[in-house]
Ligand binder design. Structure first.
Ligand code: FAD
Ligand code: SIN
Length: 542
């Protein structure tokens, strides 16, 4: 029997992997009696939530309506949104905003024509009304701060920073007949040991997978870990071909992944070629306010046609006081790079931004495995269809986190003997002396995804990507079998898995719809369905 070298064994009722809007909302909505552990890779603000700029879509204006928000979402989703889910989410939007306000969230306000103080609502692509509530241009920072403060007062939730979950565990691996999620292994970056977190229920709130692309608006944590862990455990995934590319990320040699919010276009910013020519009117009647897939594709098309490295986003015609009041974060960040947005247009490029597909869940966040939930960007709920409408995702995180919390609270404790869960075994591996393999493969994977599986695809490029990914998977699997785990290896293993799922989903769709554009199938198919992938270990009655 090999000697096991392992870290600490922890036991709790609910293990939440991820501390973004989804994870924190879930923890705040569980009963005080639940003993909760929350893991995050670095610190509680390391996910996309903290960086959200534009805001949250919610029906708050007296001239707006739930029906209109539903119809706009369905239209942006290009025929693949699940209407019942859209309705469920949109109907809860005012209530979610009330909840955030009771948590202390402070959103921008304005004085109405009748002298009343009301929320200032901004506009973004695809929305037919001003509907986006925001805290200047740093809404995610405000939400993270308020949820984090509330959570820090909750003594039943312990946050484990610097912990990276490696895989979830299911009871069938212990020889049991039923398949129930019973915990997860996680690498403690401070000790370098792998800890066991044993739990009655595990929630994946791990965010998206946009780091699979070379250029992304996302922070480093977005490596698709939840999707890869769920797939390996036996969960189905859906619609992973729909990667949203945000049209406007700052183009600057040293500005890493800085987003220029769509709210700038909502407030009148125009897109121009480097010579100043406007072009969006050639692509859509709504010009700059067209849905994101259309704007990103138009920019990509113009960059290739003209042969330029970036296009320009220009808001300099607006008064300087207006710009500084509404967009202080973007104004200051651009100034750091020598761009005064009061005077100069901003060089921008599209970058990977949001993972519309993910782990299939029901309306309560339940996955295919009992006791395993997925909420937030890692999940596929049916809300976004083939293209997420701007500012609908923070809302989705919170609506589903609340439903999942209620569902978890109503569960009875499973009667599974978990004392035999083995600790992590490192006796057969050694510390790697060849990290160059990892760094090379990171670069290769992200570049090939950008070049072959980006905004515009073709069958030939997708097949090429598939072959390369297969080779990378073999190398990484070999590496994983021989060397101790570290954060780069864990993330690369997951990203390669997600890349394979994205390519297989893209190959399965024989049409162009929403965010997925394939030159070999440039038209919409008359009937379309979600792309559902099943792992080999999927059991439909599990
Ligand atoms: P995240 O907030 O990404 O959190 C993921 C968490 O999981 C992190 O704590 C991470 O450490 C943890 N994690 C991941 N893997 C592991 C692992 N293996 N082990 C342990 N922990 C793990 N949406 C809107 O609706 N409105 C906006 O204005 C908006 N603006 C955006 C601007 C930017 C720049 C970006 C990047 C996104 C924006 N989005 C916006 C999208 C939105 O922010 C995200 O979809 C949403 O915040 C995702 O929340 P989440 O809780 O699912 O994940
Ligand atoms: C933005 O502010 O442009 C991002 C909004 C979103 O991704 O929903």
């Amino acid at each position: 029997m090999p000697k096991s070298i392992s870290g600490t064994r922890h036991k709790m009722d609910v293990l939440i992997i991820g501390s973004g809007a989804a994870g924190m909302t879930l923890a705040l909505n569980l009963p005080d009696t639940s003993n909760i552990a929350m893991l995050c890779k670095q610190d509680p603000n390391d996910g996309s939530t903290y960086y959200a700029q534009g805001g949250m879509a919610a029906v708050l204006d007296e001239y707006d309506s739930t029906d209109s928000h539903i119809e706009d979402t369905l239209k942006a989703g290009a025929g693949l949104c699940h209407r019942d889910v859209v309705k469920h989410v949109v109907e809860q939007s005012p209530d979610i905003i009330d909840w955030l306000v009771t948590m202390g969230a402070s959103f921008d306000r304005r004085v109405s024509s009748s002298g009343r103080s009301e929320f200032h609502l901004t506009q973004e692509g695809g929305h037919s009304h001003r509907r986006v509530i925001h805290a200047k241009d740093a809404t995610g920072r405000e939400i993270s701060h308020r949820l984090g403060t509330a959570l820090s007062k909750q003594s039943n939730c312990k946050i484990y920073t610097q912990h990276i979950a490696i895989d979830v565990l299911t009871s069938d691996t212990l020889g049991g007949a039923s398949k129930h999620c019973i915990g997860a292994y996680a690498l403690n970056l401070e000790t370098g040991k792998v800890d066991l977190f044993q739990a009655d229920c595990v929630v994946l709130a791990t965010g998206g997978a946009s780091k699979v692309y070379l250029y992304t608006s996302n922070p480093d944590t977005a490596s698709g870990d939840g999707i890869a862990m769920a797939w390996r455990a036996g969960c189905r995934v859906a619609n992973l071909e729909f990667n949203q590319f945000h049209p406007t990320c700052l183009y600057h040699p040293t500005a890493r992944s800085f987003l220029i919010s769509e709210a700038l276009r909502g407030e009148g910013a125009r897109l121009r070629l480097p010579d100043g020519t406007l072009f969006m009117h050639n692509f859509h009647a709504e010009a700059e306010m067209a849905p994101r897939d259309i704007v990103a594709r138009a920019i990509d098309h113009e960059m290739k046609r003209v042969g330029c490295d970036f296009v320009l986003l220009d808001i300099s015609h607006k008064p300087a006081t207006f710009i500084r009041k509404h967009f202080p974060n973007i104004y200051n960040k651009c100034l750091e790079f020598g761009i005064d947005i009061n005077e100069d247009p901003i060089p921008i490029v599209p970058a990977a931004h949001y993972t519309c597909g993910g782990v299939i869940t029901d309306i309560n966040g339940r996955t295919d495995i009992k006791g395993l939930y997925a909420v937030g960007e890692t999940s596929f709920t049916g809300l976004h269809g083939a293209n997420r409408m701007a500012s609908n995702s923070l809302l989705e995180c919170m609506v589903f986190a609340r439903s999942a919390a209620a569902d978890i609270a109503a569960q009875t404790t499973p009667s599974i003997n978990t004392s035999s869960i083995p600790s992590w075994d490192e006796s057969q591996v050694t510390a790697s002396q060849e990290d160059v393999i990892l760094s090379h493969n990171w670069e290769e994977l992200r570049r090939l995804m950008w070049d072959y599986v980006g905004i515009v695809r073709s069958n030939r490029r997708l097949q090429r990507a598939k072959r390369r990914i297969h080779l990378l998977q073999q190398e990484i699997s070999d590496y994983y079998g021989h060397f101790s785990v570290n954060s780069d290896l864990i993330e690369l293993r997951n990203l390669t898995q997600v890349a394979e799922l994205i390519v297989n989903s893209a190959l399965a769709r024989h049409e162009s719809r929403g965010l997925h554009f394939n030159q070999d199938y440039p038209h919409l198919a008359p009937d379309s369905e979600d792309t559902i992938l099943e792992p080999l270990n999927y059991q439909c009655d599990q």
